[in-house]
Design a protein around this ligand. Structure first.
Ligand code: ZN
Length: 134
């Protein structure tokens, strides 16, 4: 009897959609919090891995591509950033403008990940807005 009830719940498509929506909302909220709690803490581009988008905490490798200098944490990331131009770019989370990671203003977040902005002003405005929203 109990088993039957559980199967009925699991196969209910509406119930499943509600659960999926909840999971998406929780994931979005969690990523929002990792931004919201962060101070604007600058990190030198030579101290980040621009492929993993993290502060690796170990010496990085300098990669020169088209007169721009990128930094990565390992040979694997070096091969990837050389091969895939998309890895060299990202979007400013505030202005949504496409920016080159080699020229970005980089902020270190509490969880070891990093965020790229087109300028310090953009980063400060972004985090100030996040704080106000809480
Ligand atoms: Zn790496």
């Amino acid at each position: 009897m109990e088993n039957k009830a559980r199967i009925a719940v699991n196969s209910n498509p509406v119930r499943r959609r509600v659960l999926m929506t909840m999971l998406v909302v929780i994931a979005a909220w969690a990523s929002f919090c990792s931004y919201a709690n962060a101070e604007v803490k600058t990190v030198d581009s030579k101290d980040v891995c621009m492929v993993a988008n993290r502060v690796p905490g170990s010496p990085t490798i300098e990669v020169l591509i088209d007169r721009r200098t990128y930094y990565v944490c390992c040979k694997n990331c070096e091969a990837r950033i050389k091969k895939d131009p998309a890895l060299r770019y990202t979007k400013d989370p505030l202005s949504r403008k496409k920016i080159n990671k080699a020229e970005a203003f980089i902020v270190a977040l509490d969880d070891g990940s990093i965020a790229y902005f087109e300028s310090r002003e953009s980063a400060e405005e972004y985090f100030a807005g996040m704080k106000k929203a809480l």
